[in-house]
Design a binder for this molecule. Structure first.
Ligand code: GDP
Length: 334
């Protein structure tokens, strides 16, 4: 971008999460000014954006953080009024499906009502930004068809899935009723070395690395029959950005289109350290869920056709990259 142009401005909710941090990297790279909304807590967790926060040429120049929360409409409105963003990426929410069975009310409060509150704030803004809501394959729950696309009926089977279904449909209502430029990125599982440690892929790669280092003996998991469509997170945030550059707002399934079992991921992760997962993995009923989505595999052809986007990192590459990162991190902490 030429330096005389005014840079585009983006606001990101959930900037300290996996996707928020990769999106920030990508938007800064594209010349944006980025404002992130972070929750105030006694210990601020922002490890994923520390490389940006600690860089004085970036933080305070092209990246700014603001304290707010999805249940604090007044402060969000104030931030949006002050920053006047061109694009708003709404990535925040309680994102752990298993945890949503334990804390369904707060999951719905943040993930469902938090999205509606944002839409209501946007409704009154004099200059309304383009809006992206990160949806989830969990809205499909136990679908009758595989792969799923943008028209597949929502049949969620977890509180998280129900909350995301509400938010996804509400985005459509605001798009259709009030002319919002609002999009749903219906994301299938997407992983990376920045993935939270309670998600199964990261739990496995950290487990494989720790077992290889001799600091852990066994790895306890839940449903080994689980199958998912696992992609690489930085590719998904690129698709989110492309969604907001289109002339029309629309919903897009973001997925690899390939269904893998947990056993495939285990094999790839333990292969990376030359071990056989069957010697180390045990099932612990504590990690089984009251209900688990099945048959989740996405059909990304709409994204391919319109956005020119496809997921390219394979499951084996992903698992290897994550294990190598975890090995390095463990070596560094010893
Ligand atoms: P999700 O698809 O968003 O729920 O992502 P997760 O990574 O949390 O879970 C993916 C799948 O792995 C689900 O079907 C889980 O039931 C299954 N799974 C099996 N063992 C575990 C475990 O120990 N932790 C988690 N998080 N998931 C597990």
């Amino acid at each position: 971008m030429a330096s005389s142009e005014t840079p585009p401005v983006a606001v990101i909710t959930g900037i300290t999460g996996q996707d928020g941090s990769y999106l920030t990297d990508a938007l800064l790279e594209k010349g944006y000014v980025v404002h992130g909304i972070v929750r105030r807590a006694s210990t601020t967790v922002r490890a994923r954006i520390d490389h940006l926060y600690s860089d004085p040429t970036i933080y305070g120049q092209r990246l700014f953080l603001h304290y707010s929360d999805l249940d604090d409409a007044t402060s969000i409105r104030r931030i949006l009024t002050k920053t006047e963003p061109d694009e708003l990426y709404h990535l925040a929410g309680q994102s752990h499906v298993g945890a949503s069975f334990e804390i369904p009310e707060s999951t719905c409060e943040f993930t469902a009502m938090g999205t509606l509150r944002l839409l209501e704030i946007l409704r009154d803004l004099p200059k309304r930004p383009k809006f992206l809501h990160i949806g989830s394959s969990e809205i499909f729950g136990r679908p009758e068809q595989a792969p799923q696309n943008e028209l597949t009926p929502m049949r969620p089977v977890s509180p998280y899935g129900v909350a995301k279904a509400f938010a996804t449909q509400m985005v459509r209502v605001y798009r259709d009723s009030f002319g919002f430029f609002a999009c749903n990125a219906i994301c299938y599982n997407h992983e990376s070395p920045r993935r939270g440690e309670s998600f199964v892929t990261r739990k496995i790669t950290r487990g494989a690395a720790a077992i290889a280092c001799g600091t852990q003996k066994k790895l306890a998991l839940g449903n080994l029959d689980a199958e998912r469509d696992w992609g690489y997170a930085p590719e998904y945030v690129e698709a989110m950005w492309r969604m907001l550059q289109q002339p029309q707002a629309d919903d897009y399934v973001l997925a690899t289109g390939k269904r893998h079992s947990l056993r495939d991921f285990l094999a790839a992760a333990f292969d990376a350290v030359g071990l056989d997962w069957r010697d180390y993995v045990e099932v612990d009923p504590r990690y089984l869920r009251p209900n688990d989505a099945t048959q989740l595999v996405g059909d990304p052809s709409h994204a391919r056709k319109v956005l020119g986007w496809s997921a390219t990192t394979t499951l084996e590459e992903l698992a290897k990259m994550m294990v190598e990162h975890d090995l390095k991190q463990m070596a560094g902490s010893r």
